[in-house]
Design a binder for this molecule. Structure first.
Ligand SMILES: Cc1cc2nc3c(=O)[nH]c(=O)nc-3n(C[C@H](O)[C@H](O)[C@H](O)COP(=O)(O)OP(=O)(O)OC[C@H]3O[C@@H](n4cnc5c(N)ncnc54)[C@H](O)[C@@H]3O)c2cc1C
Length: 462
């Protein structure tokens, strides 16, 4: 392939894309402002571990990379809820053994993909920041950190995988006189950790995503392969109580944890130092359009659609972007003129949908999972799925265990939830559910959901 492709950003999306494009014969150069994380002892940035779901797994599988990381994944089969009083309660994510998600180390996954990209022939230049892009004349200005020199590199096509603060996005938007909208939440997050027990084992069940839902805020924990857990506290930024603003001193922090999370506070040996040292991260949804400038520039991953992390789908969605782009390239015989606008047309409604789904899931995780009606609704949904497996798939499963387009999951999920709420109106248990009524509704309203491949056809008939 004669195209000279420049990718900005060697994060998760940039490296997967570089690997896959180099495999197709393109000359690929990746510019990354950070050091090479395989050599330097640096963290991979925000969030130490991530939930990997089916969309991300499928993209890694197709790239031949899932097998390189599989042994280091920790399976999470459901949520383990830690109420303030009483015993922890387990809620399975799905009813089939395969319906699980996986905790993966961001650093390990990124290092694996960096090596894969290089092995397939991509050149990655580290310590190199893209400062400016001249789309008209097709060159970028790159600042080399080591020498502090500014270089000008030309490209045939520039792909922006440079995350939420994307310079490629800024260039594309300014060329079409548009601005992106960053919707910042009034909640923020902070990461903490639980070390392994003295005998080296996990301190809690490793096969669950742990949640301490507290109504207006929550704490979660994901397992790591070294038997530690990474905790993330999501809390309002302002307010006198139960907020980051209210946790100004080590004694405030300790008292808050002892009050809200008494079951694990004794294991948080570095609580106050970690709380003081680890950054407080912002949470925001980025919406922007257009995502491309003709056939010469395109953004994908967080650069195009950064979302809040409550559905664990940002990376999964970015990996699915790569899959869709590559499929279009292959199908069109590498006709980028056709590929780029089609990619944007297909992905934008899905990116908007997962952004909304992610915002809604914060309420589910921090609050609704505590209700007894939530448990009954899940039982009812599993039963509907068991009886009508081709038609009824719970919303969570559509997002996490299938590659049903997010926009379809959002729309069908809302219709399903409304119907199930009616079905459960005066029900105390599964025995009270009128399944004949459910049958009539499902036959009228739900056909088999479309997969990614047939979504184009299905857009008009969800
Ligand atoms: C707290 C938290 C938890 C999360 N949990 C999950 C989860 O469980 N599951 C999930 O799927 N997603 C999760 N996400 C989302 C996920 O982290 C992102 O969607 C994903 O990292 C996006 O990948 P990316 O490659 O598009 O961008 P990034 O990971 O941001 O990578 C961008 C890369 O570009 C580089 N770069 C930026 N600007 C320049 C420049 N000017 N020049 C050169 N290089 C540049 C950066 O250094 C970086 O390496 C979470 C996010 C957060 C904040």
């Amino acid at each position: 392939m004669s195209d000279n492709i420049l990718i900005i950003g060697a994060g998760l999306v940039g490296t997967l894309l570089a690997h896959q494009l180099a495999n197709r014969g393109y000359a690929v150069t990746v510019v990354e402002k950070r050091e090479d994380m395989r050599r330097a002892d640096i963290s991979a940035g925000r969030s130490i571990n991530l939930a990997l779901a089916e969309r991300g797994r499928e993209a890694l599988r197709r790239a031949g990379q899932l097998s390189n990381i599989e042994a280091r994944l920790v399976e999470m089969r459901g949520r383990l809820l830690h109420p303030l009083e009483g015993e922890p309660r387990f809620q399975a994510y799905g009813q089939h053994a395969s319906e699980v998600i996986y905790s993966v180390s961001r650093g390990e996954l990124n290092r694996t993909l960096i090596s894969a990209a290089e092995d397939s022939g991509a050149r990655i230049v580290f310590n190199a920041s893209c400062e400016q892009i001249d789309l008209e004349n097709r060159f970028v200005s790159i600042r080399m950190d080591d020498s502090n020199t500014l270089l000008k590199w030309s490209f045939d096509r520039v792909l922006g995988a440079d995350g939420a603060g994307s310079v490629v996005r800024e260039a594309i938007l300014s060329a079409s006189r548009q601005v992106g909208v960053l919707e910042e939440m009034d909640h923020a997050y902070k990461e903490l950790s639980i070390s392994p027990a003295e005998d080296g084992s996990f301190r809690m069940d490793p096969h669950a995503l742990h949640i301490w839902p507290r109504g207006g805020f929550m704490l979660i924990a994901l397992p790591n392969p070294d038997h530690s857990f990474t905790l993330t506290l999501f809390l309002p930024r302002e307010g006198e109580r139960n907020s980051f603003a209210g946790l100004q001193t080590p004694s405030h922090v300790r008292a808050f944890f002892e009050e809200q999370f008494p079951d694990i506070t004794p294991w948080l040996t570095n609580l106050t130092s970690e709380f003081a040292t680890n950054p407080t991260g912002k949470l925001a949804t980025l919406r922007c359009w257009p995502w491309h400038d003709g056939e010469r520039a395109l953004i994908l991953g967080d650069a195009a659609h950064a979302i809040v992390p409550f559905h664990g789908q940002g990376m999964n969605c970015g990996f699915e972007d790569c899959d869709v782009l590559l499929e279009l390239i292959d199908q069109s015989g590498h006709d980028w003129k056709q590929v780029i606008p089609e990619f944007c047309r297909l992905r934008k409604p899905n990116a908007d949908a997962i952004a909304d789904l992610a915002l809604k899931n914060y309420l589910v995780m921090r609050d609704q999972v505590r209700d007894t009606t939530f448990a009954l609704r899940q039982q009812v949904e599993f039963e509907l799925e068991r009886r009508w497996p081709q038609q009824y798939i719970p919303k969570y499963a559509m997002v996490m265990f299938h590659r049903i387009p997010y926009a379809v999951a959002l729309e069908r999920g809302a219709a399903q939830e409304e119907f199930v709420a009616q079905l459960m109106a005066s029900a105390q248990s599964l025995q009270d559910i009128d399944f004949a009524r459910a049958d009539a509704w499902i036959q009228t309203h739900l056909s088999r959901p479309p997969g990614l491949a047939d979504w184009k056809v299905a857009q008009s008939r969800l």
